[in-house]
Design a protein around this ligand. Structure first.
Ligand code: B4P
Length: 192
């Protein structure tokens, strides 16, 4: 298996780039944001719990997200590899992911960290908020809260993987295609 994490702040381009990566490299795309939004629109108990946190710009509790990812991995055992988008977002999630992948004698091969300035993040999310209908893109206050959560709980996840020497930083500003070129280059170098 070849497993990749696309890492970055809210609005750094994870979802955008993930679709292109999954298609080109034939990886199973797992986005915890998408999975949670699906639970919310289906009005499940998990979705109702998650909504409380997402609407405030906060992270959903680890146990909820880990359970959801564990199920998704379990039902896609035969894939070439996974592309994790928006997961792991805490150190506890990173540890849980290592344990889950070990069950399949696998691990994380590459972490691509998208780097984007805070002003650009806010601008992108406010722009998306005009059409996405996403409650967490609704106003600058919630967006700033999400970025605060990222700095407080998620940024350290990069250090966790830094110890394994699998992190590559990617400049996340510029055109979508140009960023994707750099991402593709980094993946190809790892696959060689
Ligand atoms: P996510 O769905 O992961 O939302 P996100 O961080 O905003 O990233 P997304 O992928 O959607 O946006 P992108 O950067 O592609 O999470 C939503 C919420 O769910 C979280 O806040 C949290 O509450 C909860 N959650 C999810 N996973 C969790 C976990 N593991 N643990 C706990 N809670 C969790 O794109 C943003 C915008 O930028 C788009 O409009 C796009 O078009 C634009 N854009 C992209 N690339 C661009 C470029 N190069 N130039 C200009 N604009 C660009």
């Amino acid at each position: 298996m070849f497993n990749l994490i696309l890492f970055g702040a809210p609005g750094s381009g994870k979802g955008t780039q993930s679709l292109k990566i999954a298609e080109k490299f034939n990886l199973k795309h797992l986005s915890t944001g998408d999975l949670l939004r699906h639970e919310i629109s289906s009005e499940t108990a998990l979705g109702k719990e998650a909504k409380e946190f997402i609407d405030k710009g906060l992270l959903v509790p680890d146990a909820v997200v880990i359970g959801m990812i564990s199920k998704a991995i379990e039902s896609n055992k035969t894939v070439r590899g996974f592309l994790f988008d928006g997961f792991p977002r805490t150190e506890a999630q990173a540890e849980a992911l290592d344990k889950l992948l070990k069950l399949y004698e696998s691990s994380i091969n590459l972490v691509l960290a998208l780097e984007v300035s805070e002003d650009e993040l806010v601008e992108r999310l406010l722009l998306r908020g005009k059409t996405s209908g996403r409650s967490d893109d609704a106003n600058e206050e919630i967006i700033r809260e999400r970025i605060k959560e990222y700095r407080k709980k998620t940024a350290i996840v990069a250090d966790y993987y830094e110890n394994n020497g699998v992190v590559r930083n990617i400049a996340g500003e510029g055109t979508v295609d140009n960023i994707f070129e750099h991402i593709s280059q980094a993946i190809n170098e790892e696959l060689e």
